[in-house]
Design a protein around this ligand. Sequence first.
Ligand SMILES: Cc1cc2nc3c(=O)[nH]c(=O)nc-3n(C[C@H](O)[C@H](O)[C@H](O)COP(=O)(O)OP(=O)(O)OC[C@H]3O[C@@H](n4cnc5c(N)ncnc54)[C@H](O)[C@@H]3O)c2cc1C
Ligand code: FES
Ligand code: FES
Length: 507
Amino acid sequence: MSKTGYTTLLQFDFKEVLVLVLRFLLNDKVVEEANLPADLTVLEYLRNRQRLTGSKEGCASGDCGACTVVVATAVDGRVTYESINSCITFVGALHARQLITVEHLAQADRLHPAQQSMVDCHGSQCGFCTPGFVMSLFSMTKQPDIKPGPALRDQIDEHLGGNLCRCTGYRPIVEAATLAIQTTAEKPSDKFSENESAVLEILQSIENDDAQAHFHRPQRLTDLYAVRKKYPKAPLLAGGTDLALEVTQNLSQYPHIICLKSIVELNYCKSTDDQWLVGAGYTLSDFLTYFGALNSDIKTLLQRFGSTQVRNQGTVGGNIANASPIGDLPPLCIALGAQVVLESERGKRQIALEDFFIDYKKTALNSDEIVSGLRIPHSALKSSGSNNPQCKVYKISKRNDDDISAVCAVFNFQMDGEHLKEIKVAFGGMAAIPKRARHLENVLQGQALTTATLAAADSALEKDFQPISDARASAQYRLNVSKNLLRKMVLEVKSPDEPARVHDHVS
Ligand SMILES: Cc1cc2nc3c(=O)[nH]c(=O)nc-3n(C[C@H](O)[C@H](O)[C@H](O)COP(=O)(O)OP(=O)(O)OC[C@H]3O[C@@H](n4cnc5c(N)ncnc54)[C@H](O)[C@@H]3O)c2cc1C
Ligand code: FES
Ligand code: FES
């Protein structure tokens, strides 16, 4: 074995292996597993089967970050690193990837800067959360856009938003993150960068085929249709950030799972002359990068969508197909006038996203169809000629980070002098489905933003929605906050340089 261990791995001949297996790199070892349960999580696998107990289980639902690990993937000839929650990731999703755990960061007796900085800044007390924080810090050191500078503090908050610490306090941990980034900026090389080409070669040599017995990874839509016919009861899995909770929280069992992540036809985002075409497999992190650059409110919404770990795994298609009344992309994309594309062996059809949601968790999807993508018109976000669209997005939740919306409101419109035109408003959290506020739109359309308009708008909102009370907010709160969000939008339109600061947390 060489000093790093990777040279020997390169001599491994995968072609000799004939069994149906899951193959991936577990730290620096090639692992082959046959017949693992399809619904085994990475965390269970690490702790119970590999006895790697550095990654901790706090919540088993993606909320605390104690189980954070990093996965490295070969993308366009280089290795990319992403933090994920191992408690809500199924082990089959590791095929042809490198799983990096906290046990592997140190080199001989030298700690990685992500670890040493936590020691130097006193970032740990009981230590339960520490492996998760360290892995999030490690992942940060591997992001090319994260560097010392004015943006760093926000980037730290964004990347650590999915990690909870209940005893140290966040100040020393933020200092540790700052130090880790400074240290790696001064000395970027670590054992991971030194071994990157060897890892790349290994990952690229693992065939990305549908080779697992229970966890099916079709590569093309045609393969998907065939495997769905064979296993009609098997659930579709995209990022798993909803589906895995069925296993870890509801104790559901899935003997077979069909994973959509490798289907090339679902992984894209492109701009045509008049619209953006977004594949169902596009991750929420990628959506944040692309659409966040076009509109600062969309950026803020996506930064508050789950955590970095959740956004790295979760997909656009999963958020739409899950059809939660409190999902964040549905109200956004309904207000943007998006169409959803549904596809099956029988062909493709396209409907307005607002018509996709029929009743609580009931959608227009037929049993043989999948959500294959979204179409978002440029006119909703891009100025051209007299078209000058604005998109105001507000998410109300109990916590700022990593929390589901109590209410999400999206206003997409243009101003014609003092008057509103082309207005589309959609809300999440106000009904059994994400829904357009048609009465409100009718009242606002063509009107100036006056007190009289707002009074009429309040009554219209009450006609549009009769929300329910639940653990997130009462019905009355939801109605009141919706009316206040409308006022916030009006204030921001009237004084664009002075964003209105109204409470955006449920008290
Ligand atoms: C800690 C945490 C925080 C979260 N925070 C938020 C939040 O702030 N806002 C929010 O909206 N959501 C949030 N979620 C929910 C979840 O992350 C999102 O709904 C996410 O977009 C789901 O995508 P996924 O790819 O992980 O879906 P999966 O879990 O893989 O799938 C979800 C459902 O959709 C089906 N499905 C997936 N893809 C397709 C497809 N292409 N066609 C047909 N069916 C499909 C699956 O069978 C499954 O039933 C959070 C979840 C967690 C665990
Ligand atoms: S154990 Fe809490 S996020 Fe995984
Ligand atoms: S050090 Fe105890 S929870 Fe963070």
